[in-house]
Design a binder for this molecule. Structure first.
Ligand code: MTE
Ligand code: MO
Length: 587
């Protein structure tokens, strides 16, 4: 076949590409100097805000809890001496009657599901904590204002005006977080979302099976007497004169309530609040998200985590202290006796769990691309489904503008940029080239002369914070009308003046279809002022159907290309080449 002449538009290009200034590696391991070698930084003990500015250290709950427990035990012991309480316990010994035909014991499928559930939860909880550590604060509103957080595991936000969200992220011990390194959210997300799909599938199968086999009769309180029974059991436990174990046939009232809450309230709430953190859903359902913002969802998601952790601790303690052999036989060996079978199988399962626990973080550092690939294989189908949800960003008004808008990223330090800045960007030009009919270099005056576009939109940083701001500038459509992209142009590369943390220009590739979205624009104004240094002066991208990391600041070039595979590390953006983000993580 004869060679067809390469795109005629290319030959018209009068300007060189900025590609030569990119770092052309993409990374395959997380070594010491990964992501610019950010030094570890540990946070503080968890704190909750009480009132305006007082912070309560949650570690105090340990002595307080022990104190309360001692008091509760002596109160319960006293109560059991009284004839009234004795009669009450006789009337409500702890068990509600079950309807005839309720299954006895546990089928093998249930035991497998129980094991898979606990196996998946291990990775979900650990990677979830790493996601939290990337923005170690929780808020009830989308404004993410420092000092308005209700929970933090980090010091108060310093007053330094250019403090960034990345500086705020904290390190976790490698055995706690998955992984533990500071700002490893790219990898933590693959773990979290990938394993979530398995956990969810396991949960759906569980729901179907318990309702088709009658096991649900044992998991849902069917009679109001579960309440007095639960109170009775609580008194019996606290008075250290424990009720008889009967888990093989019937859970006691307290157990039943705890299992019910975990299976039918906490688990669905984890899924709902997880989805509630999706910016696409949040912008789609504006009515709901005006109250239940993604920050609200993130907060409740965390409260659900606390429930799960509390449940696990109490559950494991009671399993091991109330006839351990028999309990382990119930859930690991489908038998109701005192043999060592359950213990043996449980020990095997535990060893597997510990091995996976210990190996997960080192494996992630050695094979981050494998984690990414497997994570994407698992969550990809759901993600693609979500792409059909037409996100509807941009429904905000002046009064919604956030009082504080976090900064993020690495600031430009190059001489060329500093010289432009010193001269108020008089000599600044934006280069727009590549597969276009009319490549141009536009000064700020020329950009400002183009049709002005304004929007008030919400920004979603992958780290977890959000904020609303008003942006003024030129819409990408206006710019495309000037340069006229060639039909072969499928991707648009945005080049920054600033370097990324490992060197090489910060850049990002975005699909051309998103460029004609009415809210995709280049902003030179923010909140009715000239865009300042911290937020990307003199020009930055706003693409409201993407996450924050795609909105390149301190823009110097826009290049239309057929594909991004020969741009930089070839993966579609600085964070994709270096930090294992996906190139299509649209909101
Ligand atoms: N050049 C450059 N642009 C960048 C970044 C960066 O590191 N370098 N960080 C991105 C990230 S992660 C976010 S969340 C937004 C933050 O924009 P803001 O500082 O105006 O809030 O900028 C994006 N643009
Ligand atoms: Mo971000």
């Amino acid at each position: 076949m004869s060679e067809t002449p390469r795109d005629p538009a290319m030959s018209k290009d009068r300007f060189p590409s900025f590609r030569a200034e990119l770092d052309s590696q993409h990374y395959h391991a997380v070594g010491k100097d990964w992501a610019g070698g950010v030094p570890p930084q540990f946070g503080v003990a968890p704190r909750i805000r009480v009132g305006r500015a007082k912070w309560f250290n949650l570690l105090w709950l340990v002595p307080i809890g022990v104190g309360l427990l001692i008091i509760a035990i002596s109160v319960a012991k006293g109560l059991r001496e009284t004839t009234g309480v004795q009669a009450f316990i006789r009337q409500y010994p702890g068990l509600s009657e079950l309807p005839p035909g309720t299954p006895v014991g546990f089928p093998v499928w249930l035991e497998w599901q129980h094991f898979l559930n606990l196996f998946f939860m291990l990775f979900i909880i650990r990677s979830g904590i790493t996601v939290l550590a990337d923005h170690p604060r929780l808020y009830w509103t989308r404004n993410s204002t420092p000092g308005k957080d209700w929970f933090r595991i980090q010091k108060p936000v310093p007053t330094a005006p250019l403090y960034t969200a990345k500086e705020d992220s904290i390190t976790l011990p490698n055995g706690v977080g998955l992984p533990g390194r500071r700002h490893s959210i790219g990898l933590a997300r693959w773990w979290h979302l990938g394993i979530d799909t398995l956990w969810l599938a396991n949960g759906i199968v569980f729901y179907i099976l318990i309702f088709t086999t009658g096991q649900w009769l044992r998991l849902i309180p069917l009679h109001w007497d579960v309440i007095p029974n639960a109170i009775s059991v609580a008194i019996q436990y606290l008075s250290l004169d424990w009720p008889l174990e009967s888990g093989w046939t019937n859970y006691n009232g307290l157990q039943l309530l705890a299992y019910f809450v975990t299976v039918f309230i906490a688990a669905p709430l984890a899924v709902i609040t997880g989805l509630g953190m999706s910016p696409a859903l949040s912008t789609r359902f504006t009515k709901i998200s005006s109250v239940f913002s993604i920050q609200f969802a993130r907060s409740v998601h965390f409260v659900v985590l606390c429930w799960f952790v509390l449940f696990i601790v109490v559950h494991v303690t009671l399993v091991l202290t109330t006839g351990a052999l028999q309990n382990l036989n119930h859930m690991f060996a489908t038998r109701n006796d005192q043999s060592w079978w359950g213990f043996a199988i449980f020990t095997g399962a535990l060893l597997l769990l510990i091995a996976a626990w210990v190996a997960a973080t080192p494996f992630t550092y050695r094979h981050p691309r494998v984690v990414q690939r497997v994570g994407y294989a698992l969550i990809g189908p759901a993600q693609r489904l979500f792409e059909h949800i037409d996100a509807k960003p941009g429904q905000y008004t002046e009064k919604d503008i956030s009082p504080y808008f976090w900064h993020n990223g690495k600031y430009p330090e190059g001489a060329a940029y500093l010289a432009l800045q010193a001269d108020d960007f008089r000599d600044y030009t934006l280069r727009v080239n590549g597969l276009v009919n009319t490549p141009v270099e536009l000064t700020l005056t020329q950009l400002r002369a183009l049709e002005h576009h304004e929007q008030i939109t919400q920004h979603f940083c992958i780290q977890g914070w959000s904020g609303v701001a008003k942006w003024g500038g030129v819409s990408m459509q206006t710019l495309m009308d000037v340069v006229q992209p060639a039909p072969e142009a499928k991707w648009v590369i945005f080049y920054s003046h600033a370097l990324g943390p490992d060197g090489g220009l910060y850049y990002d590739a975005q699909p051309i279809e998103q460029m004609s979205h009415h809210l995709t624009m280049l902003a030179y104004d923010m909140n009715d002022d000239t865009l300042d240094f911290g937020h990307g002066a003199p020009l930055r991208l706003r693409n409201e159907v993407e996450l924050g990391f795609k909105m390149v600041k301190w823009l110097k070039g826009v290049e239309f290309v057929e594909h991004f595979s020969d741009v930089g590390g070839g993966l579609g953006g600085y964070n994709n080449d270096h930090e294992f983000f996906g190139y299509s993580q649209s909101i």
